[in-house]
Design a binder for this molecule. Structure first.
Ligand code: CP
Length: 309
């Protein structure tokens, strides 16, 4: 795989192969590159988890990591993303991890058939493939399968690239999706993936409750009308709702968490929460994503990968 930009082409086999590899990295697997290789992380939107865990993954794999400062780059002089990435390629960067506010920003780069590999660290409200794969790893660790699992996705569906990636991939893997979402953040786009329920109903019939962040930075004018208490009362995971979860159910959230809005603060660390587990898994899954790209580019040999413990 030369690029990883969305979940569109990911099959069940691909997901399981990535989980297996990520688990091997979690157990301490190490790899050795065939020549020095270079990764650059270009974050046009803020990030803690994705940025840091990609950088950690790159370093653990032995890649040389270059960081890109948008404000001090020639993007501020009007250079396009396309020309920026072509420049990095000309300089010798092998892999560009990009987060960008524009949906599908990566399409033009793929159409250009560049040598440099593109890894999407999140595009607007489009896709977040590495988050989706780390979420699959977290679910698989818990249940050992996807087929027949009931997954509740709760909150701001409209702005969520995590929700779009996960509902697409989980449906393909045989899970059943249920939604709980305010009218203004729900539309016909989601109805084809699953039923919409009240959160009170949803929590009683889920294996996974996947909470979404209220993306205040994307609400524009409507932010001034957003009532945090009202949202928490209707769509927050409260202690009362937590008590009605089935015993096997786990709580997930891509984070950052708005404590007290999407979830009562103390539930973030509850026994059924896997929120910090998701973050640890993220680093190993990003190692797996990058490894498959390094093999495809001939920077890591498949044989060495299989031989190394
Ligand atoms: N979940 C996630 O993408 O977090 P960051 O925005 O901190 O990367």
């Amino acid at each position: 795989q030369h690029d990883t930009v969305s979940v569109a082409t990911m099959t069940s086999a691909t997901v399981l192969q990535k989980i297996r590899l990520a688990e091997q990295f979690r157990q301490g697997k190490q790899v050795r590159l065939l020549r020095p290789a270079y990764a650059m992380n270009l974050f046009f939107e803020n990030s803690t988890r994705t940025h840091t865990s990609f950088e950690m993954a790159e370093r653990r794999l032995g890649l040389q990591v270059l960081d890109f400062n948008v404000n001090s780059s020639s993007i501020s002089k009007g250079e396009t993303l396309e020309d920026t990435v072509k420049t990095l390629q000309a300089i010798g960067v092998d892999i560009a991890v990009i987060r960008h506010p524009a949906n599908d920003y990566y399409q033009q780069l793929l159409d250009d058939r560049l040598e440099i590999s593109i890894v999407n660290g999140g595009d607007g409200s489009g896709q977040h493939p590495s988050q989706s794969l780390l979420d699959m790893m977290t679910i698989y660790q818990e249940f050992g399968h996807f087929s027949g699992l009931k997954i509740g996705i709760v909150g701001d569906l409209k702005h969520s690239r995590v929700a779009r990636s996960n509902m697409e991939l989980l449906t393909r893997l045989g899970a059943t999706i249920r939604f709980a979402s305010p009218d203004e953040w729900y539309s016909a786009e989601f109805a084809k993936y699953g039923k919409r329920l009240s959160l009170d109903e949803l929590v009683t019939q889920c294996d996974v409750v996947m909470l979404l962040r209220v993306q205040k930075e994307r609400l524009g004018q409507s932010l001034s009308h957003f009532d945090q208490k009202r949202y928490h009362d209707q769509f927050g995971l409260t202690q009362a709702r937590f008590k009605r979860l089935p015993p096997q159910a786990i709580i997930m959230h891509p984070a950052p968490v708005n404590r007290g809005i999407e979830i009562d603060s103390e539930l973030v660390e509850s026994s059924q929460s896997r929120i910090f587990k998701q973050m640890s898994n993220g680093m190993y899954m990003r190692m797996a994503i990058l490894t498959d790209i390094l093999v495809a580019k001939g920077l890591l040999s498949q044989k060495t990968l299989e031989d190394t413990g």
